[in-house]
Design a protein around this ligand. Sequence first.
Ligand SMILES: [Zn+2]
Length: 137
Amino acid sequence: MAEKRPNRVLGPYHDDFWAYCREGELRLQKCGACGYISWPATDACFDCGARGDFSWEKFSGKGKIISWCTFEREYYRGVLPVPWDTILVKLNEGPIFLSNPKGFAYKDIEADMPVKLAFIDCEDNAGQFKLPVFERA
Ligand SMILES: [Zn+2]
């Protein structure tokens, strides 16, 4: 059963990201001009500003947790129950990705804990989607 989640940002580039997730792939935009990986999805490279010149680089989904926090306030009342764990994962290829833990909680986390990509079935007002999350490696 799909977990209810806050509404995604959709539109140009964001839709591409979610389409790759639906295929079970984590892909981020690589700038054709300078090679920088921009995340979240954007229409202009975060490093050099080049517009629309991207390829979608596939990532291994392996990384380590470099930070984490737990939300105890209901920012998404009726959607996300609290406490709500969030992790910051540094992917092995370099980019930093904000996500949620799967199968463990904040009390289990240690700095540099290795994790691997997983997808969970979620739903927002636009429909069902695959959300990239991380489980213990
Ligand atoms: Zn660039």
